[in-house]
Design a protein around this ligand. Structure first.
Ligand code: ATP
Ligand code: FE2
Length: 326
């Protein structure tokens, strides 16, 4: 069985084709990069409308398939920016109708989690989902993924992006902050905001910009932000492991590309006698393969929708969607 998946929830348009063994046959991605400031939903949606037809053609070509050999079309239904979601959903509906294939809606957050889980080979891990809009500690229980802890304000990636743009850079901020942090050495004091298994970042944004105004160097600021923010994530993940009596952690989401975060979570998990796993970076950031793989799981569980009931859901939370395949 072969599934085509379309991702378009925010900045990234992507088409992936995977098999029922989670083998990625092709992945074609094009990220919208604003020249200044953050993501404007309408501009990003226009970008997706422009590039998605070419990405579909490329993905099919690269996988050496004919459309008739694709078994279902999956798309990210939410959460995300309304205009961006509608761009991907429209292409998915059109393909499903033209090719006469089942249409499968997928939750973007569950997709980050499921691609990481299948690649890890760990059946029932604790999941740290750290991305642009979301920061959640997630575990499966009684029919759906449960959010044990999460950000109380912005997602960690949005925090890093906003910080970097405020410092004069361009979107995305995570990778350049990671590069700057490698040259930093002094740990500056920043708000460490952990509340039970929840975290918050807006105080750290204000404090970092205040330190910059006082002359702190970019490498030291980047080093201190990463040290503080990733310690917070590692702490809440450890608390969730302890409460749920689990040992293994799987990371997902764009911020899981970060080597420092990977290292800190790995050290924590190993100190507890467990393991930690993060997918290859191309499958941590937004990608069509994770939508296709989760589409496969949903399709097998019968979660197919008719086109007229495939409306996008910009606010669809991780813990709102049933996952009958678990
Ligand atoms: P969500 O899944 O919450 O909807 P998203 O879809 O906007 O978020 P992803 O593609 O999953 O985003 O993640 C993008 C985020 O990952 C951006 O905020 C980016 O700065 C961050 N990121 C990417 N690479 C790194 C890195 N090496 N270190 C830290 N952050 C990173
Ligand atoms: Fe994402």
């Amino acid at each position: 069985m072969v599934i085509l998946g379309i991702e378009s929830t925010a900045h990234t348009a992507s088409v992936g084709i995977v098999t029922d063994q989670a083998e990625v046959l092709s992945l074609a991605t094009d990220m919208f990069r604003p020249t200044h400031g953050g993501i404007h939903p309408r501009e990003a949606a226009n970008h997706h409308v422009d590039v998605l037809p070419g990405l579909v053609a490329k993905a099919i070509d690269d996988a050496h398939l004919r459309p008739s050999e694709i078994d279902a079309v999956a798309f990210a239904q939410g959460p995300g920016l309304g205009p961006c979601l509608r761009a991907g959903a429209t292409v998915a509906r059109m393909l499903a109708l033209t090719w006469n294939k089942p249409l499968v809606p997928v939750n973007h957050c569950v997709a980050h989690v499921e691609i990481a889980r299948v690649l890890s080979g760990i059946d029932d891990p604790m999941l740290l989902y750290a991305s642009g809009g979301n920061t959640q500690v997630v575990a499966y229980g009684a029919g759906r993924y449960r959010v044990l802890g999460e950000t109380l304000d912005v997602g960690i990636g949005n925090f890093l992006d906003k910080l970097w743009i405020s410092m004069g850079g361009t979107f995305p901020g995570g990778p350049p902050i990671e590069a700057e942090a490698l040259r930093g050495s002094e740990l500056l004091s920043l708000p460490y905001s952990v509340h039970g298994m929840d975290v918050a970042f807006s105080g750290m944004l204000t404090a970092t910009l205040a330190l910059r105004a006082k002359g702190a160097s970019t490498p030291d600021l980047a080093f201190s932000v990463e040290s503080t923010a990733y310690s917070m994530l590692t702490e809440v993940t450890e608390r969730a492991l302890a409460h749920r009596r689990r040992t293994d952690v799987v990371l997902g989401g764009g911020v899981a590309c970060n080597e420092r975060l990977r290292g800190m979570v790995k050290a924590m998990a190993e100190a507890r006698g467990g393991t930690s796993f993060a997918p290859p970076k191309s499958l941590c950031v937004d990608n069509g393969a994770m939508i296709a793989w989760t589409g496969h799981l949903a399709f097998q569980a019968g979660l197919v929708v008719p086109v007229e009931r495939s409306a996008v859901q910009p606010r669809q939370r991780t813990d709102l969607v049933p996952t009958p395949w678990r």
